[in-house]
Design a protein around this ligand. Structure first.
Ligand SMILES: [Zn+2]
Ligand SMILES: [Zn+2]
Length: 156
């Protein structure tokens, strides 16, 4: 079963603002705009993507603020980092269990909600590694890149 993520931005925004205030991070207009922009997204933006987006409306916002806010949300359990080595960290405002489809060509990351993968049993590795959480990450080509590739194939 698959469904599209429909983030409830208003509720998430209030939760995030309250949590940040409790951590003594003032919820300035800029930071609120940043939260609003981030919590409504499903494309797993990097610090730079978000900084560029919010910077269009709030020119004063600096990259360190974006970074610190996102990292604080992660610490508070209100966002997560999508595990991806070798490229800029991607942040995810959806903390419900879900999985990811990563396009190796364009870097798009799609959410996948699928009860079958939610139900995977976490292993107990012999190394003694204690699993806290898990999600499944599939690599491949997004529909757009796959179309482009087959078109290139025919054109050749
Ligand atoms: Zn792609
Ligand atoms: Zn996600």
């Amino acid at each position: 079963m698959q469904r599209a993520a429909q983030p409830d931005v208003t509720a998430a925004l209030e939760r995030a603002c309250t949590a940040l205030r409790e951590r003594a991070l003032p919820v300035t207009l800029q930071r609120r705009a940043l939260l609003e922009a981030f919590l409504g997204r499903t494309d797993h933006p990097t610090v730079d993507t978000l900084h560029a987006d919010v910077g269009r409306a709030y020119a004063g916002i600096n990259r360190a603020t974006v970074y610190r806010t996102l990292e604080t949300l992660v610490e508070l359990g209100l966002a997560s980092r999508v595990a991806q080595t070798g490229s800029a960290c991607r942040y995810d405002p959806c903390v419900e269990r879900h999985h990811h489809l990563v396009c190796e060509r364009c870097g798009t990351i799609e959410d996948l909600f699928d009860a079958q993968f939610d139900a995977l049993r976490a292993p107990r590795p012999p190394s003694g590694f204690a699993v806290r959480d898990f999600s499944v990450l599939f690599r491949g080509l997004c529909a757009r890149c796959a179309r482009r590739r087959s078109k290139a194939h025919y054109d050749a």
